[in-house]
Each structure stands twice: as structure tokens, then as C-alpha cells.
Design a protein around this ligand. Structure first.
Ligand code: ZN
Ligand code: ZN
Length: 238
């Protein structure tokens, strides 16, 4: 039986790793990525700011930005820096329709969740992409990650947010447009308890802030933000 499964896998699955292009080993490969690439993922190793998840301060105390302008979420963390294999995985998920990566990525996200020592949320939600992009791509990668995390944590996934996009830009000056938020989020349903917000990449925190405000407006008691990767050395936008 194992022989038949192997023969079928060799026939129908890609034979080279989607990241390093090396031969795809039968054992240890997941989602078209070889075991060496999965093992090469760099996770955060040192202390992270307990509020924004920044690795730059190197102490378990809240960083200066979080002390002076606390964000609308309770805590944020990520698997590791947005570089190397983590970055490749995000790009595969985003641009190559490799939605099968979401399941092993969900296990990595659950690992970051446990490392942070958070208690399990009432619900898992994700940062929604615009409706038009969702239709064009056929799936929403943050939702795939959110659903994978929800499975790992055995909590319900809820499609809690709607993305407004930049529709209100027409007729505004460039200066006015630059002051507009990058995206507007509206709740789709009432929420309660602690909510875990999942996204692929944490950059300035502006998107997480906009979502956290919408989630709290919908009734969530607190929001924690779990992302796959974090871009290094960026100023947080409160
Ligand atoms: Zn590889
Ligand atoms: Zn911080």
C-alpha cells in the first residue's frame, strides 16, 4: 500500500521543492516544500515586546512605542522575521495559489501562539482581503491561515470582518488620500470574549489596529494578533 501511495505521489505531486528547487524527498516533504526548507525556517529566538511582538528591544518589557501609544490590541506575535524561507512561504501562499501551505503554516502559527503563552480565544478571525482580490485569486490567504490556526487550537473560525477598501478616494486631493487609512474594516456580526486575529505579515501594525478597532466595536473583549512573519525594523503606526 505504501508503495502504491508513493507511486501515486510521484506521479501527481511536483518532483522539485517549490522554494529551493531541490529534489522533493518522499519523507518529510509537505505542501511541495522539502524537509530542508521546512527546517531552515528562522523563528524568533529572543525576548519579544509582549504588546507589539517586536524583537528589537530584546527584553520582555513593553517597548517605548507601546508604552507611549498603546495599540488597540492586547498583544501581537509572529513566527519569525519576514525573510528567508518564511518570506518564500508567504509569497508561495500569496502569489502561486499554494493554499496547501496553509495547513503546515497553521502548525507554525500555533507554535508561535503557544510560545507567547496566550490562553485559547473564543474565536479565530482573519484580516479579510478585498472582495475583488478574493475573486481573482480564488481564495483569501489570511483566511486559510486563520482556519488552519483555528483547527490547531480547536476553536471556531469566524468570518467577522468585511473590508471596505479605498472606495472613498475619488474626488479627494492627493494629500487627503495619503491621510486616509489603508483599508476600512467593518464587522459582519457581533462578537464576544477574546478574539485571535490572524494575518500573513505584520508590517507597521496599521492593518491590525484598524481590524482590532472594528472587532472591539463588534463586542470583542480583547484582540490578540498572530502573524506568520514580521518585517524587521519598521516603526509601528498606532
Ligand atoms: Zn527546499
Ligand atoms: Zn512594542
Amino acid at each position: 500500500m505504501a508503495k502504491l501511495a508513493e507511486a501515486l505521489a510521484l506521479t501527481f505531486l511536483p518532483s522539485t521543492c517549490a522554494i529551493c528547487r531541490g529534489a522533493l524527498a518522499w519523507s518529510g516533504s509537505r505542501a511541495g516544500v522539502c524537509p530542508t526548507c521546512w527546517e531552515s525556517i528562522v523563528r524568533h529566538a529572543g525576548a519579544l515586546c509582549p504588546v507589539c511582538g517586536s524583537p528589537e528591544v530584546g527584553t520582555p518589557e513593553p517597548c517605548l512605542a507601546c508604552r507611549t501609544a498603546p495599540p488597540p490590541w492586547r498583544a501581537a506575535t509572529s513566527v519569525g522575521p519576514y525573510e528567508g524561507t518564511l518570506r518564500e512561504l508567504v509569497l508561495l501562499l500569496k502569489t502561486h495559489g499554494r493554499d496547501e501551505i496553509a495547513r503546515p503554516a497553521g502548525a507554525l502559527l500555533a507554535g508561535a501562539f503557544r510560545r507567547a503563552g496566550w490562553s485559547r480565544p473564543a474565536a479565530v478571525v482573519s484580516v479579510p482581503m478585498t472582495w475583488t482580490r478574493r475573486v481573482r485569486r480564488g481564495y483569501d490567504q489570511a483566511e486559510l491561515l486563520g482556519r488552519a490556526v483555528a483547527r490547531e487550537l480547536e476553536r471556531p473560525f469566524v468570518r467577522a470582518l468585511r473590508r471596505g477598501g479605498r472606495g472613498a478616494q475619488v474626488g479627494r486631493s492627493r494629500a487627503e488620500r495619503l491621510r486616509l487609512p489603508t483599508a476600512a474594516f467593518r464587522p459582519r456580526r457581533p462578537l464576544a470574549g477574546a478574539v485571535l486575529l490572524v494575518d500573513d505579515v505584520f508590517t507597521t501594525g496599521a492593518t491590525a489596529s484598524a481590524c482590532a478597532r472594528a472587532l472591539r466595536g463588534a463586542g470583542a473583549d480583547e484582540v490578540r494578533v498572530l502573524t506568520f512573519a514580521r518585517t524587521p525594523r519598521t516603526g509601528r503606526v498606532p
